[in-house]
Ligand binder design. Structure first.
Ligand code: TPP
Length: 194
């Protein structure tokens, strides 16, 4: 049975503890909010192509924390160079998970290149990630969940999901608020004043 994006994100984020999450723009950010708004989730809102690089910076700055980038296939395709940089830097605490509906969902469901077979997981492996998997079932999602939390990375997963329209679940829209609450939750109350 085809995986559904909300179930996948819910499963990946359940009991997330101190996991730091960067949510790519659009649908994956709404998926994260639907799974439960959190100060430790940083949604990219309109910034397309930079989710993985934002996650890399966070992972390098916070080597004791686990960092998960959850993003869409269109967003990942726009920032492919980041795979090479992550492959070179090799942060063991970083995972990049692409929720692959093979569409630019937010802008009208136009097909992306993954609909034509572009294999992002193979690209990540070739770039030097510790693992790069293509996932189509629940067992695969459970394995990704484990890797995100405990195995030495960097990990990459391309999770195929149905191309469905789901209800909007919007995080706060104010960028300064999102940054400050993330910093406070991670670094302590005085962090937003620095
Ligand atoms: C540089 C740039 N180009 C285009 C857009 C418009 N845009 C917003 S969301 C989106 C599609 C995102 O597709 P994908 O990452 O596959 O996410 P999905 O919604 O399908 O899960 C596009 C093209 C943008 N925000 N920024």
């Amino acid at each position: 049975m085809t995986l559904q994006r909300r179930d996948v994100v819910q499963a990946l984020l359940a009991d997330r503890g101190g996991l730091l999450v960067v949510a790519g723009l659009g649908s994956t950010a709404w998926d994260c909010t639907a799974a439960g708004d959190s100060a430790l989730t940083f949604p990219m809102w309109g910034a397309m192509g930079s989710a993985a690089m934002t996650g890399l910076g966070l992972a390098l700055a916070q080597p004791e924390r686990r960092v998960l980038v959850l993003t869409g296939d269109g967003e990942m395709l726009m920032g492919l160079g980041s795979l090479a940089t992550i492959g070179v830097q090799k942060p063991a605490n970083l995972s990049v998970v692409v929720i692959d509906n093979e569409r630019y969902g937010e802008t009208g469901m136009q097909a992306t290149h993954t609909a034509q077979g572009v294999d992002l997981a193979a690209m990540a492996r070739a770039a030097g990630f510790a693992s790069g998997v293509l996932v189509r079932d629940r067992a695969g999602v459970a394995a990704v969940r484990r890797s995100v939390r405990q195995d030495a990375g960097p990990h990459f997963a391309q999770i195929k999901v149905a191309a469905e329209k789901v209800p909007l679940a919007l995080p706060p829209r104010d960028g300064a608020l999102l940054k400050n609450r993330f910093r406070e939750a991670l670094l302590g109350q005085s962090a937003s004043l620095q």
